[in-house]
Design a protein around this ligand. Structure first.
Ligand SMILES: CC(C)(COP(=O)(O)OP(=O)(O)OC[C@H]1O[C@@H](n2cnc3c(N)ncnc32)[C@H](O)[C@@H]1OP(=O)(O)O)[C@@H](O)C(=O)NCCC(=O)NCCS
Length: 327
């Protein structure tokens, strides 16, 4: 049976580093609080007028094509997961394709907040499994600094900017995305969202004054849902694929809060040295966290490793994937 194997990975973060020390000068916070509550030490921020998520996504995709010796003309489809698209339209996937020279193929965005990459991966996998396409690129790219209120200490410490991309190709030897679960529940819609800028509340002076164009988060409520659902869905995908904790080489969790990651790993019976963690360097980059983890840990991955990818985000949305590493 044909599965979609990840045959390449690349990541990109912008140069500017926003440290906890700099945040201490911006809002009433401190390094000790941020580190103990979240695990975050610094994040990268995309600076420059007219720069959007697409610019980071294009860097990740260009690097991916180079690393995998793939010409842009060979790509059949590109899907971009993002919550911070450059424009309402056209979609960021279109813009990335244009920047890297991918033309005349389907490209579209997926919006599932922090679960976006898992959603996009699940969708891209279907096109490979059915035999319709041979090379599909999945990008996660978010410029969270564009919607972060740097006067709100409860949210501005959490987010960073970045992008990551994977190449999916057919595999008939048992490697690739072997299973995935995607879930959502609108019960979360008022706990974590950006109120204005869409069709309900188009931009006005009032929406700007009320700071409705920034991320709003009820942190403690989101925390409770995230801990429960990320752990539940990870346990579910392990159970239905008959995986014990010892069978999993790596947990690849969305990087929102180190405490949420630790709770998920604990529930799965996975020790800390098999949990991918880079939240201290990048913070929460939304759709980019999982591919940035794979990118950072690529040299430690071995062919045949069992990976469980898990995410949770606004909506609420959440999900998990079981991947047998293909190289
Ligand atoms: C945001 C988050 C780190 C806050 O941690 P928490 O332990 O829940 O902290 P609380 O919100 O209960 O705040 C505790 C206290 O710290 C204060 N505080 C909040 N942010 C602070 C900061 N940056 N620096 C210092 N103090 C801060 C609060 O005002 C509160 O003070 P009080 O007790 O006097 O009212 C945590 O709730 C979280 O990670 N939530 C989920 C985030 C997430 O996963 N989001 C994305 C999903 S993809």
């Amino acid at each position: 049976m044909t599965k979609a194997a990840i045959t390449g990975i690349h990541g990109y973060v912008p140069d500017y580093v926003l440290t906890n020390a700099e945040l201490e000068r911006m809002v009433d916070t401190n390094d000790e609080w941020i580190t103990s509550r979240t695990g975050i030490k610094e994040r990268h921020i995309l600076k420059g007028e007219g720069m959007g998520s697409s610019h980071m996504g294009a860097k990740a995709v260009a690097g991916l094509l180079e690393k995998t010796n793939t010409r842009p003309e060979e790509i059949d489809l590109l899907i971009c997961a993002t919550t911070t698209p450059d424009y309402v339209f056209p979609c960021t996937a279109n813009l990335i394709c244009d920047m890297v020279g991918i033309r005349n193929v389907g490209s579209f965005d997926i919006q599932a907040a922090c679960s976006g990459f898992l959603y996009a991966l699940t969708i891209g996998t279907q096109f490979i499994e059915t035999g319709k396409y041979k090379k599909v690129v999945i990008v996660g790219a978010d410029k969270m600094s564009a919607i972060t209120d740097y006067t709100d200490r409860t949210t501005c410490i959490l987010f960073g900017d970045g992008a990551g991309a994977v190449l999916l190709e057919p595999n008939t030897d048992g490697f690739g995305v072997l299973d995935s679960i995607i879930r959502s529940d609108g019960v979360g819609q008022n706990h974590l969202f950006q109120k204005a800028g869409g069709s309900r509340y188009p931009p006005t002076h009032e929406t700007v004054e009320k700071r409705w164009h920034y991320v709003y988060q009820d942190g403690p409520s989101v925390f409770k849902f995230a801990v429960k659902n990320m752990a539940d869905v990870s346990a579910e995908i392990m159970e239905r694929n008959h995986l014990a904790g010892s069978d999993v080489a790596w947990l690849v969790p969305h990087q929102a809060n180190k405490r949420i990651i630790d709770a998920t790993a604990n529930r799965m019976g996975i020790e800390a040295d098999r949990v991918m963690m880079n939240i201290h360097k990048y913070g929460n980059t939304t759709a980019a966290t999982i591919p940035l983890c794979l990118h950072d840990y690529e040299s430690q991955l071995k062919k045949g490793d069992n990976l469980v990818l898990a995410a949770f985000g606004g909506g609420f949305t959440w999900g998990a994937a079981y991947v047998k590493w293909a190289y």
